[in-house]
Design a protein around this ligand. Structure first.
Ligand SMILES: [Zn+2]
Length: 309
């Protein structure tokens, strides 16, 4: 039987190297390195996508990394001891240098997603990325490379992008982007997060909202629906990056927010609709999400976009 797939309203970026991230037999047992593969496999199993809907992430070049990061910092990442320290691994082995390879592919994926979204004026999910804690000269919070900052600088250099909005709903504050774009009027940063990173900034194009532990669906969605729409009346982005961390989910093994699976989908639907109703190209990034249930949050979102978005 020949099955005809209809055109879907988004693309996905993925490749098998996305599974070589921080391995599970160390301090970070909460990392599910298979989470993005599980999403891809389930989408194919349910015949929501086919392989041709998946763009293969390229390995990012040194030249592109240097658009944001210092050469000294990048050189330091060749040492597994340095990488192990940034990632807070409880032991270091020579294989940890492959963790940098993981960041190279996923950051290449964010770059590809950005190019594609701009060119086709559509939404693209990178099944990874959103490393919002990385700074030009140092990494922190599991983030070695700031993929969003690189994608913005690359597209600006190619004169394909001017103004970007970063909507960061990961459980943790997007402090890396906040500081990096502090004096950049072309970048608006919007972040709703817990209090474990709380960089203070006088950035004008910024909304930074701290929420208490055990925040539930109602409070979270009330704040989001009140605060996000106003951004579009004062700022007109050419592209939006949605850092869609699943770590506000109640089952997350690191975060302490209490959002339900339904609440998480409501969050994602609202953000998607706000952006796409203005027909703004959109790049959606996986960011943080820990524990065996994390993958379902992204899957629910992508499934909704394909069926109803
Ligand atoms: Zn996070």
């Amino acid at each position: 039987m020949i099955r005809i797939f209809r055109k879907i309203p988004c693309k996905l970026v993925y490749r098998s190297e996305y599974m070589t991230g921080i391995h599970a037999q160390n301090t970070h047992r909460s990392f599910d390195v298979m989470r993005f593969k599980k999403i891809r496999d389930q989408l194919i199993r349910e015949k929501l996508i086919r392989h041709s809907h998946i763009l293969k992430a390229p390995r990012i070049t040194d030249e592109d990394l240097l658009l944001v990061h210092t050469r000294e910092y990048l050189n330091s990442l060749r040492n597994p001891l340095t990488v192990g320290k940034i990632l807070n691994l409880d032991y270091v082995n020579p294989w940890d240098e492959y963790i940098l390879e993981y960041f190279r592919y996923v950051s290449g994926g964010t770059l590809l997603a950005t190019e594609y979204a701009l060119e086709h004026k559509t939404a693209v999910f990178n099944l990874g990325g959103g490393y919002h804690h990385a700074h030009p000269d140092r990494g922190e919070g599991f983030c070695l490379i700031n993929d969003v900052a690189i994608a913005i600088r690359k597209m600006q250099a190619l004169q394909k992008l001017n103004r970007s909005l970063i909507v960061d709903l990961d459980y943790h504050q997007g402090n890396g982007n906040l500081l990096y774009f502090q004096n950049d009027e072309n970048i608006f940063t919007f972040s709703m997060h817990a209090d474990n990173w709380n960089e203070v900034s006088n950035k004008t194009h910024n909304i930074d909202i701290e929420l208490p532990a055990h925040t539930q669906d109602k409070l979270y969605l009330d704040v989001l629906t009140k605060e996000l729409p106003g951004v579009f009346s004062i700022f007109s982005p050419d592209l939006v990056f949605y850092i869609a961390g699943s770590d506000p989910y109640i089952q997350d093994s690191l975060g302490d927010f209490d959002l339900t699976e339904k609440g998480m989908l409501e969050r994602d639907k609202f953000v998607y609709q706000q952006i796409r109703k203005h027909e703004i190209p959109l790049v959606i990034l996986g960011a943080g999400g820990y524990g065996p249930e994390s993958w379902k949050i992204y899957f629910n979102f992508i499934k909704w976009v394909i069926k109803e978005g």
